[in-house]
Design a protein around this ligand. Structure first.
Ligand code: HEM
Ligand SMILES: [Cu+2]
Length: 593
């Protein structure tokens, strides 16, 4: 943590000699088009842009729309569960149950494939990964654009699914039901197949970018931790997604051509489907959480004004989670024909994944210890993440334990567990990152007060919605049922009330951000005093990002940053122009930390 006397001397130094502030040239924002463009030229300058930031912004709009759609389906599920008898929307019980099956399936499929998997890497990763490298773009800009276009095509397939007969298989498409139901399985699986390619393109691009484009002075262990997280994620995206793609092709072959692969009536094996599916989908939960953890590893040191604790442990733990994540898929099949020996091995392996996860939590807490914590909106989200991820991760251990999973499997306990990790952690980290980087992305500051109020509402709403579901699950409430016994009603109604609070919280957060675009104060170049390179260009950046090559420092050393009231933000102070060789436009100098 930077001491007060140090802060004082930096302020004095820049007062005496303003040229000791690191100079950041200003230029035209990447968001603005050159004057004189027609409307259609402007549209195509976005739709066919190769600028990673514009692609990231379009992804952001896309995934947020998917989140809204998935959120509406969630509302239908929660409202249906207000009463123990199905039929809030339909009089006929059969119709009500069919409707319920559609709602939870569409909710899960949209949230998983269209929202949470692309959310952090494709939106925030796209914008900030090249900037953290001091680079102009990713390694393959055209492939990046293709990834976004594929996402759009995948989304269109989902819309076709909605407009035809919907989907009622659950987001997991388990056979043999998925090969026999009358709903639009083919359109939905085609959509997921195409989205898979979109995800592979993003991952491949990021692997090559990190491997080949690091600037001089940025060795592997001088990379910001966000890059380690995104890199580990990208490896999973490239290695695991093809398995899902092949599985879905096999499913389509069985459904369309009657080739017996999974259906016992045709000589197939349905548990084989489960193995294939989870061989992708367990690693996929790390595609979801690793980028979230990566954001938290950036937000906590910056807003605690303290060097990250245990950098190497956090970096290695990301890679460890990515690799171990491939070995534990069998924990989804403890109750479906798995041999006792296999179950014991999968259970033990599942426990090993929690070690690197716990290392991260320990390191974040230790980073905050004796830090100078600024309770900004992104920091509030980061704190909410730690609480919720701890609950989500620890309840994973209950499920990874054979004796308890027999009882908890397919109950609301599982529903609560995965919402604590996917929504309570990944989505909350996404919001932390969005609020952290918003000033850089759009050049505007939002209202801290309203931002924090929205965060509090989201925190209360989330826990009111999902904590009761742990209790419901332990008492035996099964998942995927539209009706329930009267004794479950109170907890279900509590959960639905939480959904309403969550809805208000998210709407407020969205309003705070959108309002800032129109009425927000202009953002300084470095509002939080962060040391990573993406803050060493103007807000918002120019198309080229860096007009002069930034100096590569240590990503978590804040000693040279001080709040300058003239700028309304932090400035980096050159320690001694003559001795250190650290000048604004000098190429990477050796890093001393
Ligand atoms: C921290 C370590 C974790 C452990 C030990 C763990 C363990 C488990 C286990 C054993 C199950 C199967 C439960 C059952 O069906 O009976 C499960 C389900 C699930 N977990 Fe985790 N988990 C962890 C982290 C995560 C993370 C980070 C995510 C997502 C971001 C996640 C998402 C899910 C999902 C989506 C399911 C349920 C899928 C379904 O059947 O529909 N888990 N978890
Ligand atoms: Cu799993």
């Amino acid at each position: 943590m930077i001491s007060q006397s140090r802060e004082h001397s930096l302020l004095q130094a820049i007062a005496e000699d303003p040229s000791r502030k690191v100079f950041i040239p200003q230029g035209r924002s990447y968001l603005a088009n050159p004057p004189g463009m027609t409307f259609w030229q402007a549209v195509s300058s976005w739709a066919f842009t190769l600028d990673h930031k514009r692609i990231g912004v379009m992804y952001l709009c896309g995934v947020m729309s998917a989140f809204l759609l998935g959120g509406i389906f969630a509302g239908a599920v929660r409202l249906e569960l207000w009463n123990g008898t199905p039929g809030l929307f339909h009089d006929n019980v059969q119709q009500a149950q069919d409707f319920y099956n559609q709602m939870f399936t569409l909710h899960g499929a949209v949230m998983t494939f269209l929202f949470i998997i692309p959310s952090i890497p494709a939106a925030l990763g796209n914008i900030f990964l090249p900037m953290m490298l001091g680079a102009k773009d990713v390694a393959f800009p055209r492939m990046n654009l293709a990834s976004f276009h594929l996402w759009c095509i995948g989304a269109v397939f989902f819309l076709i699914t909605l407009l035809t007969s919907g989907l009622d298989t659950g987001w997991t498409f388990y056979t043999p039901y998925s090969t026999s139901t009358q709903t639009s399985v083919i359109f939905a699986t085609m959509g997921v197949f195409i989205l898979g390619f979109s995800s592979i393109f993003t991952g491949l691009n990021f692997v090559v970018t990190v491997n080949t484009m690091r600037p001089k002075g940025m060795t592997w262990f001088k990379m910001p931790l966000f890059m380690w997280g995104i890199y580990s994620t990208a490896i999973i995206q490239v290695l695991a997604t093809p398995v899902l793609a092949i599985t879905l092709v096999l499913l389509m072959c069985e459904r369309l051509m009657g080739i017996g692969i999974f259906d016992p009536a045709l000589g197939g094996d349905p548990v084989l489907y489960q193995h294939f599916f989870w061989f992708y989908s367990h690693p996929a939960v790390y595609i979801m959480i690793l980028p979230g953890m990566a954001i938290i590893s950036e937000v906590i040191p910056v807003h605690s004004r303290k060097h990250i604790f245990g950098y190497t442990f956090i970096a290695y733990s990301s890679v460890a989670i990515a690799l171990l994540g491939f070995l534990v898929w069998g924990h989804h099949m403890f109750t479906s024909t798995e041999s006792k020996l296999a179950a014991v091995i999968f259970s033990a392996l599942t426990f090993t994944v929690s070690i690197p996860s716990a290392i991260k939590v320990f390191n974040w807490l230790t980073t905050m210890y004796k830090g100078s914590i600024h309770l900004t909106t992104p920091m509030c989200y980061a704190l909410a993440f730690i609480v919720q991820f701890t609950i989500g991760g620890l309840t994973g251990l209950f499920l990874g334990t054979l004796a308890t999973d027999i009882h908890l499997h397919d109950t609301y306990f599982v529903v609560a567990h995965f919402h604590y990790v996917m929504m309570g952690s990944t989505l909350i980290a996404f919001l932390a990152g969005l609020f952290h980087w918003w000033p850089k992305m759009f050049g505007k500051m939002y209202s801290e007060l309203w931002g924090r109020i929205a965060c509090l509402l989201v925190f209360i709403g989330f826990n009111t919605t999902f904590f009761p579901q742990f209790i419901l699950g332990t008492r035996g409430m099964p998942r995927r049922y539209a009706a329930y016994k009267p004794e479950f009603q109170f907890l279900h109604q509590l959960s639905t009330s939480g959904y309403v609070i969550l809805g208000v919280g998210f709407s407020l957060a969205a309003a705070v951000l959108i309002y800032s675009l129109f009425r927000g104060k202009k953002a300084p170049d470095n509002p939080w005093g962060a040391a990573t390179l993406e803050w060493k260009c103007c807000s918002p950046p120019t198309t080229a990002n860096f007009e002069i090559q930034p100096w590569v420092g240590s990503p978590y050393v804040y000693d040279d940053f001080v709040y300058d009231p003239d700028e309304g933000g932090y400035v980096e102070v050159l320690p001694d122009l003559h001795r250190s060789g650290k000048t604004a436009d000098a190429p990477a100098a050796p890093v001393t930390h």
